[in-house]
Design a protein around this ligand. Structure first.
Ligand SMILES: *Cc1c(COP(=O)(O)O)cnc(C)c1O
Length: 389
């Protein structure tokens, strides 16, 4: 029976310790939150600059609700494209150094838009092995041939590109890898894209707002865009607005021709209701906050350094990450869960990430740091981890 199959599937997850459950927060997103009736310090969110509950954004949202109402009422191509959406797209494009941008309701939908719009059956996608799930799904949706190169390995990618006879090629990568926190070798990837006449699609979910000049993102971090030098025409950048920007949504920035093509063809853009004008207007304020958040970014970098130096000689390995994502590799699934539970008992909330999200034998505590964490918050985490190790 179809029901029995689901039941068995759930029992199997339970048995392997892989059944997920949600915790309900009774407080806004922040470094300290109320969960299961208790105050804990959270190292879980992607709210890197603390904008999710920022008074400036709350005021912007209130004002926007009064001026624009709550819903957009339709998809962008019908009548749902309101002035705040248009203004936001223009501001985002200028900020990241591209001629034009298109906004999406989520990063997941933006990724599902890009790949199928640019490649199809008989074309080839070259994707980093540990890309985000939404990029993997996007390749499947495109029906292009999928070639997955070793994580961050330029030689592996180069060999695959050389061997390919596909007419259209697309290189696909996270800029900051979401489970490892390391950076893709973007300059080398761009060079290969040039040499092989390929698109280079970059998912900067975790770099936007955090890395580069004024938080412009990973391209700026590597000097691939500057205030005076726009991005290369074969680069397509996806940035999300639910992480450092503190709201929700995403955008694709690229050459005007590419954006026009997406607008005409991307099904996850065309067949969905435009995001609330409240969100669009609030994100415009968020962008302003990001540009002026050098102090917060400095603070975030200090916390990263504090955590890394604090954990230098525990028996758990830290990955080589210079970003807010700081995984601590525990290895064994059960041990990882036990450590996470012990931390929570001490009022420290860190997610345990296990296979299949990460490779077997690399279960990890995924610490996400934010500019709103205090020195004391990070010190408490370091002390607890040392005691538990
Ligand atoms: C979070 C994330 C996404 C999805 O973005 P949403 O706006 O949350 O749908 C895509 N790619 C990466 C690398 C992410 O971390």
């Amino acid at each position: 029976m179809i029901w029995d199959e689901l039941q068995a599937g759930l029992q199997e997850l339970e048995g392997e310790g892989l059944k997920r459950r949600r915790r309900v927060l009774d407080s806004p997103c922040g470094p300290v939150c109320t969960v299961d009736g208790r105050e804990v310090v959270s190292f879980c969110s992607n709210d890197y600059l603390g904008l999710a509950n920022d008074p400036r954004l709350i005021a912007a949202a209130q004002a926007a609700a009064a001026q624009w109402g709550v819903g957009s009422g339709a998809s962008h191509l019908v009548s749902g494209h309101l002035r705040p959406h248009e203004t936001l797209e223009t501001a985002l494009a200028e900020f990241v150094g591209f001629p034009r941008a298109l906004s999406f309701s989520t990063g997941y939908m933006a990724n599902l838009a890009i790949v199928p719009a640019l490649v199809g059956r008989g074309d080839a996608v070259f994707a980093d092995k540990v890309n985000h799930a939404s990029l993997i799904d996007a390749v499947q949706l495109s029906r292009a041939d999928s070639h997955r190169y070793l994580h961050g390995d330029v030689a592996s990618l180069s060999a695959m590109l050389k061997a390919s006879t596909a007419r259209r090629k697309l290189i696909l990568t996270d800029a900051v890898f979401s489970m490892d926190g390391d950076l893709a070798p973007l300059p080398a990837l761009l060079e290969l894209a040039e040499r092989h006449d390929a698109w280079l699609v970059i998912d900067d979910a975790h770099g936007f707002g955090v890395l580069g000049e004024n938080g412009r993102g990973s391209l700026s971090h590597f000097g691939l865009v500057t205030k005076t030098q726009p991005a290369n025409k074969r680069v397509i950048l996806m940035g999300t607005l639910g992480k450092a920007a503190g709201g929700s949504g995403a955008f694709v920035a690229a050459d005007s021709l590419v954006i026009e093509w997406l607008l005409q063809r991307a099904r996850t853009y065309i067949f969905t209701t435009a995001a609330s004008p409240i969100m669009a207007a609030t994100l415009l304020t968020a962008l302003d906050c990001i540009i002026n958040a050098d102090a917060a970014r400095d603070k975030l970098m200090q916390r990263i350094a504090q955590l890394r130096s604090g954990l230098e000689d525990t028996r758990w390995r830290m990955l080589r990450s210079e970003t807010a994502i700081q995984p601590i590799i525990v290895g064994d699934n059960a041990e990882c869960v036990r450590v996470a539970e012990a931390l929570l008992e001490r009022g420290l909330w860190v997610p345990a990430i296990r296979p299949p999200t990460v490779p077997k034998g690399t279960a990890r505590l995924r610490v996400s740091l934010s500019a709103t964490h205090t020195e004391a918050h990070v010190a408490a985490l370091v002390d607890a981890l040392k005691a538990l190790a």
